[in-house]
Unconditional design. Sequence first.
Length: 285
Amino acid sequence: MDDSLRVSVLSEALPYIQRFAGRRVVVKYGGAAMAHAELRDAVFRDIALLASVGVQLVVVHGGGPEINTWLKRLEIPSEFRDGLRITDSETMDVVEMVLVGRVNKQIVNGLNRLGAKAVGLSGSDGLLVEARPWGDGSHGLVGDVARVNPDLLEPLLARGYVPVISSVAANPEGESHNINADTVAGELAAALEAEKLILLTDTPGILRDREDPDSLIRQLRLSDARQLINEGVVAGGMTPKTECCIRALAQGVAAAHIVDGRVPHALLLEVFTDAGIGTMVLGRG
Ligand code: ADP
Ligand code: MG
């Protein structure tokens, strides 16, 4: 790229930078964007760039594949029900060690290497997230969000730190629970009055036909999103994503996006272009 092209591209980013400087964006980081080194680096660069132009970013992460690897290595068998791992205390120990220890620090180190000031936290820190059992409680330590309290994040965001939050949180009795990271991201976005919630995943977005990547739904309203769940168009791992978009929008987040983390620089494409990528869910109506 020659120098004049480089500066003109930068210059065109000005209105987007001005629009988002000082605003909050919550990113759920996972899937291929976490698994592949090149994509991982692109995501870290995007986050570092957005932070350096004054966007207040909060990163929430899961880490399912890494948990699977360690459970296998430690020969701890898993039983699944409703697509969820029944989580006993031995399994939860591994989940917590892997997510809060290893995965969280990999993200923090990756961001810091690029000059972002990342701070690793879990839902337990500063009582950011209070957990309750998921559903009827028969999945053990699989949790849901009872409430969030983002007070701890305020001074960090005000000073330009990037909080990186693993989706583990304790109930009032102090027992750690494993919570879906989409759900945590959605609730935090709502509590922080974020401008955007961006969920990175391994599909182009919400597909009308989940076998057909060309059937991407580019934009939909809150009410349509509910209908897609009721009709069964949205199922499996897309359900908590769609549900958390609905909840975040209902609580005042302006827009929620489900985007393809396999696309390099998906985050910048979403924030710095009008067209955006993936599925955008809009509030109102
Ligand atoms: P992540 O690791 O990003 O949370 P998940 O596997 O939990 O990803 O959720 C994404 C999955 O949801 C897709 O891979 C797909 O199998 C499933 N899915 C169900 N319904 C849809 C839909 N309508 N459009 C796209 N994906 C869907
Ligand atoms: Mg998921």
